[in-house]
Design a protein around this ligand. Structure first.
Ligand code: ING
Length: 323
């Protein structure tokens, strides 16, 4: 019996610094309603979907940034999202800034069942940018200031979704650029990776030339490669558009285990894209080219977990070559 699942990326346009939660929540609920009309069973919202991308703003006292975080989910302000999911029988992924009761701060995503149960939680592991104000940058990217490194690893859960049991996993934004994120989930037989991103459309590092078109190219390249090399689907959803003068790109995509883009957003606003996924497609890669049990050689991969940074290689010499 085909295990088919209708997937949706619910791309959000910009959320301004002055916008209250009600602005994002209202738009999220409208996208959930549209997802229902289009027959979607799983809806993936972006990273930090409830607020502007606040790590671009420096605050000396982090307590001043507290209002960007959720101390509970759902809350009165976010309850309408859960009510819409229940009304339409939709499972959804939501990215948000989490502040735990004991004061830890994470860039977090949850996967929520239609009846409102949080089936999986993930806290962003690869935090790009910097911790302190960087005068060289055109725009700050202070994720290392506002979030701790995620402490949940890259979990995969076999969860009931629309009548099927699906191996689901999550990552967030910069995680997609690191093959380790994908492989750790591939080693848990992930079938559906859900990820949100907020990615500037221009390089803000100010440390060298990067042609503008490469921003979207790199985003799609990493997701398509991740899916192909781990025989899984991915729904990658952007928060896009110009937030207080700072542009984020859209181009949300849904990708299959062959690495093919099944659907792509074409606006930089609120937009729903949908794809009909046959989860059985994961089998081919996992049992042939990427049959990990049969073909992987961990004894050759030690550097991947033994080392953090790269090291210079040995230098060639005739005598050494003879060894
Ligand atoms: N944003 C960006 C991302 O990884 C970035 C930061 C952009 C890093 C481009 C490197 C190159 O998509 C977040 N939020 O991680």
């Amino acid at each position: 019996m085909t295990r088919s699942l209708v997937l949706a990326a619910a791309q959000l346009g910009p959320i301004q610094k002055a916008d209250g939660r009600d602005v994002a929540v209202g738009r999220i609920v409208r996208l959930m309603e549209k997802a229902h009309r289009m027959g979607a069973q799983v809806v993936v919202f972006p990273e930090l979907a409830l607020t502007t991308f606040f790590p671009r703003w420096y605050e000396e006292d982090i307590a001043v940034a507290d209002h960007w975080y959720e101390s509970a989910l759902p809350s009165n302000e976010t309850a309408p999202i859960f009510e819409a999911a229940r009304k339409y029988g939709i499972a959804f992924h939501l990215g948000y800034a989490e502040k735990t009761p004991d004061g830890h701060r994470y860039n977090t995503a949850v996967f929520v069942s239609p009846n409102g149960e949080i089936m999986l939680k993930y806290r962003k592991v690869h935090l790009p940018g910097h911790k302190d104000y960087d005068p060289i940058r055109k725009v700050q990217h202070l994720e290392k200031r506002y979030f701790e490194v995620g402490n949940l690893g890259f979990p995969v859960m076999r969860a009931p979704v629309a009548g099927h049991d699906v191996n689901v996993g999550m990552m967030i934004c910069n995680d997609r650029r690191w093959p380790e994120s994908w492989r750790v989930m591939g080693l848990q037989q992930v079938e559906l990776v859900m990820l949100g991103y907020n990615t500037p459309s221009l390089n803000m590092d100010n440390r060298g030339f990067e042609a503008h078109h490469l921003r979207v190219f790199h985003s799609h390249l990493t997701i398509q490669a991740g899916c192909y090399q781990n025989a899984c689907f991915a729904v990658a959803t952007a928060k896009a558009g110009t937030e207080d003068g700072h542009e984020l790109f859209g181009h949300s995509i849904i990708v299959n285990p062959q690495g093919e883009i099944m659907a792509q957003a074409t606006s930089w606003g609120d937009e729903l894209i949908v794809a009909d996924a046959d989860l059985g497609m994961c089998e081919l890669g996992r049992t042939t080219i990427f049959n990990f049990e049969k073909h992987r050689r961990p004894e050759a991969y030690g550097r991947i977990t033994d080392q953090v940074g790269s090291e210079p290689p040995a230098t060639w010499s005739p005598r050494r070559a003879a060894e």
